[in-house]
Design a protein. Structure first.
Lengths: 242, 346
């Protein structure tokens, strides 16, 4: 009998530190599966963020660099320029990519760096205890918006993927969801496309993944998936943005 | 060997390329712009990468990435820009990456001005960013030395896997002098720790993050051991007339050139004056002070920063005087002579 499913070689056989129902483990696994399927494990250099996925390099089994908070795309730009034959991607949360690292994000995209970005949007800062993120929804309660995010004083959820899509250097942006089985299958396809783009020299590609954070949403894992489908995806519509 | 006329900024850039620097990222700031322009003109032609970064912060993190990928990498800036880079320098030190950072110092604090200054001595020689670390700090005093010390900085950075700073100033960066272009070629080391893709080996990780109990302390003890070795082996200085000196001038960088001119005049008048010119500022050349003379006069374009290292080194074994100006003021030859005459018989 043919073996049709197994543990990805690119994913170490260890338990993660993620909370029950968190989307990071799933996103890590999807990326690892695609890296294996594309047979690029020995060429990959990943850049881990600061945030809940800070020790992503303990879970992936390929070369990885750390980056200071927000600086992943500056680090990745240099790695790719120095080693154009390698496959370089960043893995960043909403705070990392769309708040403290906005400058690095916009300019790497604008230079049209031939890189891949995996952007985990869970509408909250997880590692530091559930503060407001740039992508936090209006009225969403966080530890720094105890009465819910208010547009008047805290602004609006930042749609950075739509902003980046305006730049001529950007070749592919898709927003996907980790909220249901069919969406997860679509997410994996998007991950693959974003990496194949780099292999073919197409240019800057980004996949935004709406990802559950039950702990800081104050919801059960099941409720979190529903919240992505019914609430979050309304503010952040799924699909190919560019 | 033929000599060419070059500015200090250009000499640093050429020294870096001769050392095998294959990645440069920078951001415009006066008075170091010639260096960035030189890299823009030369890096790609000579097989390297040049990026004008969107910010100083991005530039230093690009250096982090390039170095993690095994390249010899450099960034340059001037004082306010170097302040912005401190986070990145701390990460580079923590991840034990080699890198060269050039600070063509200008007046501060704040936006200050674009006049030459030596007011970033503390920032360069103490951990400028967060955490317990040191950068190797080399201070050229001529165009030739700007070239030579940059070449050396790359070798030391690789040898110790640590960031190295070239601490110049606006005067030195802008002045032109004849330069002997010694071409030794790069002395590159194998970097088995670098990120190259994990073909045929276990995956490499470059990081400064250690959450496990005791792990960060272990890293820090390793760093301290390395700093001890650097402090023992890499002290550099130039000395003049220490044998008979009654007053020893202590100055580095462009300031040492003015001190040297004053020394010449004073010697001409029969005054027994000597000079210690620190070349490595970290490690501070304590060995140059092994036999304390009667009096030392520290001269800086600051209000007394290297002064503290001289005082710490001497530990009260000699009298230490100070002459300094900052914010665009440069102690003049006449001021130095006046000060020496005042303390000479005091």
């Amino acid at each position: 009998m043919d073996k049709i499913y197994s543990h990805p070689q690119s994913l170490r056989d260890v338990s993660t530190h993620y909370c029950p129902g968190c989307g990071h483990g799933l996103a890590h696994r999807l990326i690892a599966e695609v890296v294996d399927e594309l047979k690029i494990r020995e060429r990959v250099i990943a850049v881990a963020p600061v945030g809940c996925a800070v020790i992503a390099y303990d879970y992936w089994d390929f070369d990885c660099s750390e980056a200071a908070h927000g600086r992943a795309l500056a680090v990745a730009t240099a790695i790719k320029r120095v080693r154009p034959q390698n496959i370089v991607f960043t893995y960043q949360g909403d705070g990392d990519l769309a708040a403290i690292g906005t400058n690095e994000t916009i300019h790497a995209a604008n230079r049209g760096e031939n890189l891949t970005v995996f952007f985990i949007n869970n509408a909250v800062y997880g590692m530091t205890g559930g503060q407001m993120a740039p992508t936090t929804l209006l009225n969403q309660k966080t530890s720094t918006t105890p009465s819910g995010r208010c547009a008047q004083s805290q602004g609006y959820p930042l749609k950075i993927s739509e902003m980046l899509a305006l730049l001529p250097g950007v070749k592919y942006i898709e927003r996907v969801s980790l909220g249901s089985a069919p969406d997860i299958i679509k997410a994996k396809k998007a991950i693959k496309k974003a990496l194949v783009n780099q292999m073919e020299g197409v240019g800057f590609s980004l996949v935004e993944m709406l990802s559950p954070c039950p702990t800081y949403w104050g919801l059960s894992p099941k409720e979190s998936l529903d919240w992505i489908q019914n609430t979050m995806a309304k503010e952040f519509p799924l699909g190919v943005i560019k | 060997m033929p000599k060419i006329l070059m500015s200090g900024n250009d000499a640093i850039a050429e020294g870096a390329i001769q050392a095998g620097c294959s990645f440069y990222a920078g951001y415009p700031i006066t008075p170091q712009n010639e260096l960035t322009a030189y890299m823009a003109n030369n890096m790609e032609k000579r097989g390297g990468v040049f990026i004008q970064a969107e910010a100083e912060v991005a530039a230093i993190n690009m250096v982090f990435g390039a170095s993690a990928a095994g390249a010899r990498a450099m960034t340059s800036s001037s004082s306010p820009g170097i302040s912005l880079k401190q986070e990145g320098i701390s990460y580079i030190a923590g991840a034990e990456l080699p890198a060269v950072i050039v600070n063509v110092m200008r007046g501060g604090p704040g936006l200050g001005n674009i006049a030459p200054s030596q007011a970033d001595y503390f920032q360069a020689t103490r951990s400028g960013g967060h955490g317990d670390y040191h950068c190797i700090v080399l201070a050229p005093s001529s165009v030739q030395e700007s070239y030579d010390l940059t070449y050396l900085a790359f070798n030391l950075a690789d040898k110790y896997r640590a960031p190295a700073i070239i601490l110049g100033d606006g005067m030195l960066g802008q002045m032109m002098e004849p330069l002997k272009l010694t071409t030794q070629g790069p002395k590159l080391k194998a970097k088995p720790w670098a990120l190259t893709g994990c073909k045929g080996r276990k995956a490499n990780v470059v990081k400064s993050f250690y959450l496990g109990e005791g792990d960060l302390e272990k890293l820090n003890l390793k760093l301290q051991k390395k700093y001890k070795e650097i402090a023992a082996k890499e002290q550099r200085w130039e000395e003049l007339f220490l044998d008979d000196a009654k007053v020893v001038l202590v100055a580095y960088g462009s300031m040492s050139r003015i001190a040297r001119a004053a020394l010449k005049v004073l010697r001409g008048k029969g005054k027994r004056v000597g000079l210690i010119r620190p070349i490595s500022l970290w490690p501070f050349p304590k060995k140059a002070f092994a036999r304390p003379k009667n009096k030392y006069l520290v001269i800086e374009m600051s209000y007394g920063q290297m002064l503290e290292d001289v005082q710490l080194t001497l530990g009260g074994r000699a009298k230490v005087d100070f002459l300094g100006r900052s914010g665009g003021g440069v102690p003049s030859e006449e001021e130095i002579i006046l000060k020496v005459n005042k303390i000479y018989n005091g």
